[in-house]
Design a protein around this ligand. Sequence first.
Ligand code: F6R
Length: 619
Amino acid sequence: MCGIVGYVGEHAAGTKPLEVALEGLRRLEYRGYDSAGVALVGAGLGQVATRKKAGKLVNLVAELEENPLPPATAAIGHTRWATHGAPNDVNAHPHVAGKVAVIHNGIVENFAQLKAELADDGARFRSETDTEVVAHLLERAYARTGDLTAALREVAQRLEGTFTILAVHADEPQKVVGARHDSPLVVGLGEGENFLGSDVAAFIAHTREALELGQDQVVTITPDSVTVTDFDGSVVEPRRFTVDWDAAAAEKGGFASFMDKEIHDQPHAVADTLLGRTDLSGALVLDEIRIPEAVLRSVDKIVVVACGTAAYAGHVAKYAIEHWCRIPVEVELAHEFRYRDPVVNEKTLVVAVSQSGETMDTLMAVRHAREQGSKVLAICNTHGSTIPRESDAVLYTHAGPEVAVASTKAFLGQITAAYLLGLYLAQLRGNKFPDEVAELLGQLREVPAKIQQVLDGAEHVREVARSMREVSSVLFLGRHVGFPVALEGALKLKELAYIHAEGFAAGELKHGPIALIEEGQPVFVIVPSPRGRDSLHSKVVSNIQEIRARGARTLVIAEEGDSDVLPYADEVFFVPQVPTLLAPLLTTVPLQIFACELATAKGLDVDQPRNLAKSVTVE
Ligand code: F6R
């Protein structure tokens, strides 16, 4: 939530700082788009120069055309997902006090108390935000210390809650400072210039060399130096990493939307996640799993913690891992996990699934699990993010940057990584012979080409989606691994098309939801392979008959060659044959395309749906 960018360069005052800030904001806009703003400092300016505007970045750009900013040496920029205060111009960041400008991601929980204290001291507030409090505190601390870094260290120690803060001061025009506590911040390393960002997307157009900041650290960037300390001022050595994708990967590449592009990226997302994870003998080697093998052998329960789409990937993981490894797997929404006093201990492996690696609910679950003595393994798509850093081990998905707010390719990447984890555990614990693991891996490697077939044959899904612009409710049914796919299909439709949608386990239908079926009610049904588990297929075919008999319009996703569904399907979308457990990698795709196309037909912004932000860094 909220995107943050900072830049300082050695060039004489020029337009680059503003350009870098706007470019960074464009790439970070998926993190929030309630307002956008920038602040510049430069030699001789005397004051910070700011512009900010409610709404998407285009509004700020229009404002800058009308009221240009002067040349500068450093800039900070912010794109907001509103927490305190309505999304209007005044509450937009940056917030200014005297010669200080501040931007913030997170929530300052003790802001009311600090605000009262500052008001008694004569501070006058313009906005309703918690952030403005930080600007005033910083102005006062600077007056005492005469040094922006020291001032920020002092202020950071007074704040409760979560925050990434960036600040500039008009009297220190070659410096940007940042502090982080439970919110993300990474450093981009340039030559004669340095960058700060909520994530690497902020500066990927300029550098792929980056530093990970740890918890409770303060960073100061100048054109030729980066200094990191803890809140007490002790210097720390941050971990350096190289981003393994480039700016082009975060562009639309000819597609109408990032969503469409990312749906089409999925064969690569799956293939790249599988890549390089076997040794010469064909055995799985997951180098990043740095949990001792003895510990993994002694695990007697796995708990997957995640939110939203990532949690549905966790549901798929449960089916696969339980089947392959015979270890009980629970899947828990991360925000529920911590507060119900879960029974986890050193024999529990907690698997945290997160595209962004910054979801606060999931991060808190990770911390709680580790406090209970559990080992935590993160499945994550974002290098340099907090969840992998705070976990014992990480299995990266290689889906590449996911820019559209609603998740697509990261979901398939997460499911692929979960299969790898399951097969690795099965290999390690002796549940499967090496040739069985190799066979399953071989089948997994065939999946990307099959996803491509689904994408190539998707015109029918699109036509049906366009014809359903006026529907007000769609239901999704699935069994076994088709159940999480149904949940994901419903979530995509809600998010993108603002249509009421619900996913059910098909067997649950007769226990209540069947009452919703009336004449013309569209229902997607994800049908398992007829070659799969005994009776699973026939049970779902019976479910289709039950709802059709009550007037439902049935939209069936089935395996190629499954003629049993034809008499009961108003529309059928075939996907290639794969083993039952791997089917979500294919059956999800038509549902993503359906939601994207229907939302587009309604004229909606599929990349930035209303009220959402990609990286949910508040609880
Ligand atoms: C839905 C979606 C969200 C995320 C959830 C977790 O399309 O994107 O439900 O899956 O907010 O986010 P991460 O994976 O970043 O932890």
